[in-house]
Design a protein around this ligand. Structure first.
Ligand SMILES: Cc1ncc(COP(=O)(O)O)c(C=O)c1O
Length: 389
């Protein structure tokens, strides 16, 4: 007898990035594909101290509030995010749980959620698991009207939410301007559709801070509803699995119920570690150091690629670039040739919102957070050799 699997679960697409893990583990491989920061981009000493202190707190070992540890909520609102009046902050298991809760809260099976094209693939997995249909939208640099976005919003039918990644996107690294943000909020408000703002990379700017978040701009736009998702993954530790969502009171209450139905509460020990780390007062200096590391790695990567004929759209922060291959070099065995050269990249098509769109065959996502500057240069040279072989 075969056991029936819920068809929505059976249809979750394989995450194309996780499928690359075995290649990344090969000895000698230089991995530009995975969004995994190098060991020196962690404050391991500070984390060890925080973990040691946390382990002595009784509250680390017992049940707690499903909204999260009140002390951590207070510390997050004070140090790493803004909490506007009338909004509630819930601690989540990373931004990923925030994406799941937000989509689950707004969209029922068969309805639609608009997602950027190209997209962070785990959003597609979430949509599939819930039975929600993702519909891609594109906002190009300099597109202040968001005409294509508006057309999709008007014509897709039954759109329940917009998933947006306006700051240092994944995979593109690109950032929406203030004007584009206001336009996006205005269009969503006009159509009565909430925006899920995923913002795990916002603190990783190189030159100047990014424009205000959609959350911070929303009060300027009548009727705009923003669910803002943040995370400690990119600035403290992804293994802790601590993120947060900020939502209007009534929406947050529904999300809290949804989270309780799934995992009761955030991990108590991880929350205490995060809280103690924030109390140590090391985060600001740590993040400043990481910004410097990533900026120099980014510049080194872009310099080699540009010399090798890639077109690299400018990014001002985050962990990724999404360059265009030199003309006529986007053939299908490039990935294998790069593996032979001991370098790994994430192929552009892995980020398609519509799998059959044919988009991004000439692009690749490269992460500049995971390798030291000298290794980034070698990796980029190997990639250039594979492209021109
Ligand atoms: C755009 C985006 N959103 C969410 C996540 C998930 O982050 P977290 O570790 O906070 O769950 C990632 C992780 O890479 C990401 O790139």
């Amino acid at each position: 007898m075969t056991i029936a699997i819920n068809p929505f679960i059976a249809a979750i697409p394989t995450n194309p990035l996780r499928a690359l893990f075995p290649y990344g583990a090969r000895p000698g491989m230089l991995n530009l594909a995975s969004g995994h920061p190098s060991k020196d981009a962690y404050d391991l000493e500070g984390l060890a101290e925080a973990a040691s202190r946390a382990s002595r707190d009784f509250s680390a070992w017992t049940y707690g509030s499903s909204a999260g540890d009140p002390a951590l909520i207070g510390a997050l609102a004070e140090t790493v995010t803004t909490l506007p009046p009338g909004k509630r902050l819930l601690v989540t298991s990373g931004a990923q749980q925030g994406i799941d809760l937000a989509i689950r809260t707004f969209a029922e099976p068969g309805s639609k959620v608009m997602v950027p094209e190209p997209v962070y693939p785990a959003v597609l997995s979430t949509c599939a698991a819930i039975g929600v249909v993702p519909v891609g939208y594109q906002i190009a640099a300099g597109d202040n009207e968001l005409a294509e976005f508006e057309t999709v919003l008007q014509t897709a039918g039954d759109v329940r939410a917009i998933y947006a990644l306006p700051t240092f996107g994944n995979p593109t690294g690109e950032t929406l301007t203030r004007e584009q943000r206001l336009r996006l909020l205005g269009l969503c408000a006009r159509h009565g559709v909430p925006v899920i703002e995923d913002a795990p990379y916002s603190d990783l700017w190189f030159r100047a801070p990014p424009p205000p978040s959609l959350l911070d701009l929303a009060p300027q736009v009548d009727g705009a509803t923003v669910i803002h998702l943040g995370s400690l993954s990119k600035i403290m530790s992804p293994g802790l699995r601590i993120g947060w969502l900020i939502a209007p009171e009534s929406v947050a209450a529904a999300m809290q119920e949804a989270r309780q139905a799934s995992d009761l509460q955030p991990n108590a020990l991880a929350q205490r570690v995060a809280w103690h780390y924030l109390q140590l007062g090391r985060l600001i200096d740590h993040v400043a150091r990481v910004r410097g590391l990533y900026a120099e790695r980014h510049d080194a990567l872009v310099a080699v690629l540009t010399r090798a004929g890639f077109t690299v759209p400018v990014v001002d922060g985050g962990m990724f670039i999404f360059p265009v291959l030199p003309a006529d070099k986007g053939n299908s065995d490039l990935f294998e040739r790069a593996v032979v050269q001991d370098v790994l990249f994430a192929p552009g098509p892995a980020f398609r919102a519509q799998p059959d769109s044919g988009l991004f065959a000439d692009r690749m996502r490269l992460c500049f957070a995971g390798l030291a500057k000298a290794d980034i240069v070698v990796a980029a040279e190997r990639l250039a050799a594979a492209v021109h072989a």
